[in-house]
Write a protein that binds this ligand. Structure first.
Ligand SMILES: Nc1ncnc2c1ncn2[C@@H]1O[C@H](COP(=O)(O)OP(=O)(O)OP(=O)(O)O)[C@@H](O)[C@H]1O
Ligand SMILES: CC(C)(CO)[C@@H](O)C(=O)[O-]
Ligand code: BAL
Length: 288
């Protein structure tokens, strides 16, 4: 396990090709999926005379910069011992877990701006969120110097904004996406699911059911998709506790702008909602 950027820099020349999996810890089956994709890439990389084989690095860092005041930074689940066990089971080569002081030794004056695509949906409801995410991801990329980095489709807008950062800032890194992992009943696995009471967890199933209803209506086009998903959420708004929707949106997967009613092509149906004090997000990719 590596704790500081200096230790990592000293080790970096011996790591060969690096596949990075950035996380905030509290590792679950979604993270395991990301790590297994990283492992596949590592195991396919040809060893070179210069460095031997490739390396999977998992970073664990709860990034204060992406939380607004009043959000759950302080109570965000942290279980470092369990995370190390998951990493060992999954064949991770290096766990990079820097402290907040190591990542932010002083005021972070220079930050990465996500532009307009990071100010809609998640960016509208979590002001400053994508600036915080992009800034820490750029810092992690500079510290780890990965050849590839793996992100989850569950955070689809985050994935799109990171891809755009890599493109717009000429970062020589391949971004890989892993599909969303779900519990048997459809709930997307998420570190924040531990906040849910049994009743809240039950009501939270409305998110994945709404997305499924939207997907089932995909032949009817954007209007039909939105109204099929909305009907499920409207019913869940009457439950106790209610499901309180921040947004339901059918968007272009690259720009995250709403698609027009005659749109044809790839799209993402995305939802964010509160169940009690817990905010959950989910999405499905669709072809229209
Ligand atoms: N169910 C999932 N399926 C696929 N990838 C996931 C899933 N959950 C999280 N990830 C991915 O894991 C990476 C790290 O995410 P993070 O540590 O924030 O976990 P999380 O469960 O999304 O947490 P949170 O509850 O804060 O949203 C991100 O790239 C995220 O998209
Ligand atoms: C990408 C990330 C690790 C940056 O803190 C975080 O937003 C996450 O876990 O999805
Ligand atoms: N999973 C994205 C990180 C966050 O919600 O803060």
């Amino acid at each position: 396990m590596v704790r500081t950027p200096e230790e990592l820099a000293a080790m970096r020349p011996s790591l060969g090709e690096v596949v990075l999996v950035p996380t905030m810890g509290a590792l679950h089956s979604g993270h395991r999926r990301l790590i297994s994709l990283a492992r596949e890439k590592r195991d396919r990389a040809a060893p070179t005379a210069a460095h031997g084989s490739a390396t999977v690095v998992v970073s664990i860092f709860v990034n204060p910069l992406q939380f607004s005041p009043g959000e759950d930074y302080d109570r965000y689940p942290r279980d470092f011992a369990a995370d190390l066990e998951v990493c060992a089971e999954e064949g991770v080569d290096v766990v990079y877990a820097p402290s907040v002081e190591a990542v932010y030794p002083g005021e972070q004056i220079v930050r990465v701006d996500s532009g307009a695509m990071g100010r809609v949906l998640e960016g509208e409801f979590r002001p400053g969120f994508f600036e915080g995410v992009l800034t820490v991801v750029a810092k992690l990329f500079h510290m780890v110097q990965p050849d590839m980095a793996v992100f989850g489709q569950k955070d689809a807008q985050q994935l799109a904004v990171i891809r755009r950062m890599v493109r717009d800032l000429n970062m020589p890194i391949t971004i890989l996406a892993a599909p969303t992992v779900r519990e048997e009943d459809g709930l997307a696995t998420s570190s924040r699911n531990v906040y849910l009471s049994p009743q809240e967890r039950h009501n939270a199933l409305a998110l994945s059911r709404a997305l499924l209803a939207g997907a089932d209506a995909s032949v009817t086009g954007p209007i039909g998709i939105r109204s099929a998903a909305r009907a499920v959420l409207d019913e869940a708004a009457e439950a106790s506790p209610p499901v309180v929707v921040d947004y339901l949106a059918l968007v272009d997967p690259e720009t995250f702008t709403e698609v027009s009613s005659d749109y044809r092509g790839e799209a993402v149906l995305a939802v964010a909602a509160w169940v009690g004090d817990t905010r959950l997000i989910d999405n499905v990719p669709l072809t229209l």
